[in-house]
Ligand binder design. Structure first.
Ligand SMILES: Nc1ncnc2c1ncn2[C@@H]1O[C@H](COP(=O)(O)OP(=O)(O)OP(=O)(O)O)[C@@H](O)[C@H]1O
Ligand SMILES: [Mg+2]
Length: 330
């Protein structure tokens, strides 16, 4: 396998009553080794369910109904969708870690931080001694800038602030030096200074340990600062994909152009927040043509009738738009 992770034709559905509703439609993604890969899009586009599917964490009634997710693990290639519970547990938190969007839901309120960090280590390293684990935990807490690490180890989640909990989550996700880190809006809950520190920490980790990072965010500014490659999601599909320099210099899809206008903090300047008019259609209520048609200022009759394919507009730059594949006069 050339890449670390290969997602092919991934389709995720859910049930509403007796009806099957599509939430993600035939997504292909290749995450190279030692790469920081961004997934960007507005709320509800399918970013989190894609990451959750990788680790087998889709909540019922959501399920992967088609596709494959292949992973080049330390001991050979694996089809993650076919792993049993035990095999998946060995991958999760060891080789592939996830930072969840909701920090509160993934820490257990009845155990101290020390116990939860120790468990994360000893599950994957059963021979590690107590002293060694404590030292490693303290080191990780310092790395994520927790001010009083000893005191924090002895704390219970309810004694800590949201920002501290988020940093502890990040420390736990990184404690076993994962090969792939799925970071789902890892810094949204943090203030800007800490946000920058955390993004730097993740980048250092990538450099030091050759970790690949999938950074999920709604903010193209975060992508610009942290990622090499980027996929833009819209209504359960990829609408544009390229390396970051190419995406920012030759933005092809009208949706990505809208997202770019909505970035407030690039270069530190703040201006009035632009928002793309309209909303993302929810799963099951997608148009049969281009799903962005209703919100697109360049929409034509054909866009309403037919779904554009994801096509190369220049080498390794993909876009799902008739206007940019030379099929319709712009
Ligand atoms: N547990 C669930 N039950 C039913 N539908 C769900 C569930 N989780 C997600 N969905 C639906 O799946 C679609 C994709 O959701 P997802 O959480 O992946 O969006 P997202 O891109 O991560 O958005 P956000 O930026 O708000 O986190 C949405 O239409 C959402 O309503
Ligand atoms: Mg999400």
């Amino acid at each position: 396998m050339k890449d670390l992770l290969e997602i092919r034709n991934l389709k995720i559905t859910t049930l509403r009553g007796k009806e099957t509703v599509r939430l993600l439609d035939y997504v292909d993604l290749n995450i190279p080794k030692k790469c920081s890969f961004g997934i960007v899009g507005e709320s509800g586009c399918g970013k989190s369910i894609t990451a959750n599917a990788v680790l087998g964490l889709l909540p019922y009634p959501l399920r992967v109904s088609e596709g494959s997710i292949r992973y080049d693990s330390r001991d050979g290639e694996k089809e993650l969708l076919r792993l049993n519970k035990k095999e998946m547990q060995a991958v999760r938190g060891g080789e592939i870690s996830m930072i969840f969007q909701e920090p509160m839901t993934s820490l257990d309120p009845i155990f101290t931080v020390e116990k939860q960090m120790a468990e994360a280590v000893s599950f994957h390293h059963p021979n590690a001694g107590r002293g060694e684990i404590r030292e490693r935990s303290l080191e990780m807490l310092k790395k994520v800038n927790i001010p009083r690490p000893e005191q924090t180890l002895a704390s219970y989640p309810h004694q800590l602030s949201g920002g501290q909990l988020q940093r502890i989550m990040i420390a736990i996700a990184l404690i076993n030096n994962p090969r792939l880190l799925l970071a789902d809006e890892p810094t949204t809950a943090l203030d800007v200074t800490i946000q920058a520190q955390i993004l730097k920490l993740m980048n250092d980790l990538k450099e030091q340990n050759d970790t690949s990072i999938v950074m999920i965010t709604h903010d193209l500014g975060v992508i610009a600062e942290t990622c090499e490659e980027v996929a833009v999601f819209y209504a359960g599909q990829i609408v544009e994909q390229a390396n970051v320099v190419e995406l920012f210099s030759h933005t092809a899809h009208p949706y990505t152009q809208g997202l770019l206008r909505a970035v407030t903090s690039l270069g530190g300047a703040t201006r009035k927040l632009y928002t793309i008019p309209g909303i993302v259609p929810p799963g099951g209520q997608w148009l049969s043509g281009c799903r962005f048609a209703d919100r697109c200022s360049r929409c034509t009759e054909r866009c309403r009738q037919e779904m554009p394919a994801l096509k190369e507009v220049s080498p390794r730059h993909l876009c799902r738009c008739f206007q940019n594949s030379g099929e319709v006069d712009a």
